[in-house]
Design a protein. Structure first.
Length: 360
């Protein structure tokens, strides 16, 4: 039954290449640090109405602790998000693409991928953080095992938050995996970002979409024509899969539309529009610095997102499953500063007009 409710592989490829805003879905908790289903559903409805083209669930922003036996929220959270997407738009061709985070050693990752596919998820975002010391051969075996179960989105996670360095040779072979549809490029490093882009160019594949996860370079990624293969057209990032886009999602949709239009009109776009977009990129990076807390090695990143959603009424508090996880010293003041300085990057009015309906 689930298969008939999932997006086909060819449709997935078209959608990712067309360009999507994909928020990384947070976890709504009550004061007892238990799932607040009403607000979890409201968050999903917000992303749908804001125009998100996909949702990534059970990823870092959703908190990895949902997988622990004492919490036991991995399957319930996946089920709740997909049920809300189907309620919003029953036709799989009309709803946001459902993406499940898959983590752990191969046995765990296979179980998670099978569960996600069985529930009806369209694709998996695969973290390799658990295989920190594995060889390229072992990593590729792992990736092929997951791609055999569900269409695959690769993930280059920055080492500062648990990722590992993945060389160009790895990515070159990774792009040979047939059911890879996209890659989230998030090393927060221009050299490593180029490793991925160059490997894709060398592969000759035009059916794999580049998605930025570089929260510190969102607009730069979306606007830059990266070198293609010899005699080939430049490569472009098509969209983003970002924790940053868990807030200001409607504004993110507008921003991506502008960036896609600017790249499509290369050579004819008014330079004032390019300058405006680059200025917006600098603002977005400043906003991200306050929310994601790089000053403290990203310790307050989830709580920072929660604080914005709390102020907007979507969350009741900024609680995390780990009681020790909260804003870092000085982070609240930084959040106050950026929200006052860049209100145009947030969706406050849009949310206020619709919040009651989302919480029904």
């Amino acid at each position: 039954m689930a298969g008939s409710e999932q997006v086909t592989l060819s449709a997935l490829r078209r959608a990712f290449l067309d360009g999507l805003v994909i928020p990384a879905h947070p976890l709504a908790l009550n004061a007892s640090r238990k799932l607040d289903e009403r607000r979890q559903i409201a968050l999903t409805r917000y992303y749908c109405d804001a125009g998100a083209g996909g949702l990534a669930v059970a990823v870092h922003t959703t908190q990895f602790e949902i997988r622990t036996p004492e919490v036991g929220l991995f399957e319930p959270v996946l089920e709740l998000a997909l049920a809300t997407l189907r309620e919003w738009r029953p036709d799989p061709a009309g709803r946001p693409i459902a993406i499940a985070g898959v983590v752990g050693p191969t046995a765990q990752a296979v179980r998670e991928a099978e569960l996600a596919r069985g529930l009806g998820y369209d694709a998996a975002l695969l973290s390799l953080a658990a295989l920190r010391d594995a060889s390229n051969t072992a990593l590729l075996h792992h990736c092929r095992a997951i791609a055999g179960i569900i269409p695959l989105i690769g993930f280059y996670l920055q080492p500062a938050v648990g990722g590992r360095v993945l060389d160009r040779a790895f990515w070159r072979e990774f792009f040979e995996i047939e059911r890879v549809i996209a890659i989230k490029v998030a090393p927060f490093d221009r050299y490593r970002t180029l490793d991925v882009v160059n490997a894709l160019a060398e592969s000759g594949r035009s059916d794999i979409a580049l998605y930025t996860g570089n929260d510190d370079a969102i607009v730069a990624d979306l606007l830059t024509p990266f070198p293609g293969g010899p005699g080939s057209a430049p490569l472009h990032f098509h969209g983003g899969l970002l924790g940053q886009w868990a807030v200001g999602t409607r504004r993110a949709v507008e921003l991506l539309t502008r960036c896609r239009a600017a790249t499509a009109a290369a050579g004819t776009t008014d330079t004032s529009e390019l300058r405006s977009l680059l200025a917006s990129g600098a603002e977005l990076t400043d906003l991200n610095a306050a929310l994601f807390d790089p000053a403290h090695c990203f310790a307050g990143c989830i709580a920072g997102i929660h604080e914005v959603l709390r102020r907007q009424g979507l969350l009741d508090g900024r609680w995390c499953l780990n009681p020790q996880e909260d804003l870092s010293p000085g982070q609240m003041e930084e959040i106050d500063r950026v929200l006052a300085r860049y209100p145009h990057l947030m969706d406050d009015e849009f949310i206020a007009e619709r919040l009651e309906g989302w919480l029904r």
